[in-house]
Design a protein around this ligand. Structure first.
Ligand code: PLP
Length: 401
């Protein structure tokens, strides 16, 4: 008898489990709209041209493989903070930002969660309802209490702005408010600039600490600056805030696990202390981060020609997603004679669309149509091609009614 007899089988991950089910399906029309990974029009994984060029440069230079410092590659940390806030942001000159390279967005969120657990005992993190499924796991495992604020309004398939504001207001003073910097996952619904200002107002009023998750900078709109505008708006108010960054989507570096945790503080002294403690948390967790992705980012951002090429490729990716979004909407409208207003699909941004399909309807999408998606009704448009829009429209209409 095994010493591990008391360990029960864990359920499959709700997002990554979808890909496992997809692989097991042999139907020729099967479509994987579960995981958020960019595909070409041929539905193949895509390595950015700038990434290949940066990797070639790295090979030519014969760069070493020795350990990075605990906080990561200095050139990466500098580049990532500048991309986030803008290179000429006074916060950077004032050295008020503590940046530590993390294991992509997830690992960076996890480091921040450990910092909260250690230094803000009892403080709560407020997360949007709904949110990216892993947020709850991250805070649970870090033993950080969390609760939800209203975000999505099923009646309008839009933002429940009043609910959001009143829940943030009602939270205990000094709570951490987790916000998606752009392209909210899973809904694709973002606050307007005026709404962001109002959100910042209540957060300031209640002495809360904003905690941004920025997983799609440049990938949502095609513009690095536009997609960071929410964070910059808060930072410009002089607020202290946390930002987790990821290069999985915007540079297509999913498996390289490259991202960062940034803590903007009110003084250089506080930033230095926060950084020292983040390093102290990272050391026994994984010691130091991987170098490959960090060098790619540093090379791309540090070379004006590569940087421009990256922006072009990001616009291309964002543009392809926007065009299949439009095509899916057009196909649904042409087929659906019920008069239902589907315009919410066009209003959403980023790689996902929240279809408004419930769990049973999402099951029908998979069981009958072989369309793999998460059970909350989210589809990844990055996994859709123009050629498959008609088929998907048929599946959605059939499942809806
Ligand atoms: N945060 C959000 C909202 C996401 O959608 C994702 C990825 O899907 C992540 C964080 C983290 O991804 P990664 O750990 O690959 O950077």
């Amino acid at each position: 008898v095994s010493r591990f007899e008391s360990i029960t089988m864990a359920p499959p991950d709700p997002i990554l489990g979808v890909s496992e089910a997809f692989r097991a399906d042999t139907h020729e029309m099967k479509l994987n709209l579960g995981v958020g990974a960019y595909r070409t029009e041929e539905l193949q994984p895509y390595v950015l041209g700038v990434v290949k060029k940066a990797e070639n440069l790295m090979l030519e230079r014969g760069e070493f493989k020795e350990y990075l410092p605990i906080e990561g590659l200095a050139a990466f940390n500098k580049a990532t903070a500048e991309l986030l806030l803008g290179a000429d942001n006074p916060i950077i000159k004032q050295q008020r930002i503590a940046t530590v390279q993390g294991l992509s967005g997830t690992g960076s969120l996890r480091l921040a969660a450990a910092l909260i657990e250690r230094y803000f005992t009892g403080a709560k993190v407020l997360i949007s309802s709904p949110t990216w499924g892993n947020h709850k796991n991250i805070f649970n495992d870090a033993r950080v209490p969390w609760s939800e604020y209203r975000y999505y309004d099923p009646k309008t398939v839009g933002l429940d702005f009043d609910g959001m504001i009143s829940d943030i207001k009602a939270a205990p003073e000094g709570s951490f408010i987790l916000l998606h910097g752009c392209a909210h996952n899973p809904t694709g619904i973002d606050p307007t600039p005026e709404q962001w200002e109002a959100i910042a107002d209540v957060i300031q009023e209640k002495n809360h600490i904003p905690f941004f998750d920025v997983a799609y900078q440049g990938f949502a709109s095609g513009s690095l600056d536009a997609d960071a505008s929410s964070v910059r708006l808060f930072a410009a108010r002089g607020m202290e805030l946390l930002v987790a960054q990821s290069y999985s989507k915007n540079l297509g570096l999913y498996a390289e696990r490259i991202g960062a945790i940034n803590v903007v503080c009110s003084s250089a002294d506080a930033a230095a202390r926060v950084k020292s403690q983040l390093k102290r948390i990272a050391r026994p967790m994984y010691s130091n981060p991987p170098v490959h992705g960090a060098r790619i980012v540093a090379n791309v951002v540090g070379d004006p020609a590569l940087f421009n090429e990256w922006k072009e490729e990001m616009e291309l990716m964002a543009g392809r997603i926007k065009s299949v979004r439009q095509k899916l909407y057009d196909s649904i409208c042409a087929k659906d004679k019920s008069g239902k207003d589907w315009s919410y699909i066009l209003k959403q941004i980023g790689m996902f669309s929240f279809t408004g399909l419930n769990r049973a309807q999402s099951d029908n999408m998979t069981d009958k149509w072989h369309v793999y998606m998460t059970k909350d009704g989210r589809i990844s448009l990055a996994g859709l091609s123009a050629a498959k829009c008609e088929y998907l429209a048929d599946a959605i209409i059939d499942s809806f009614y």
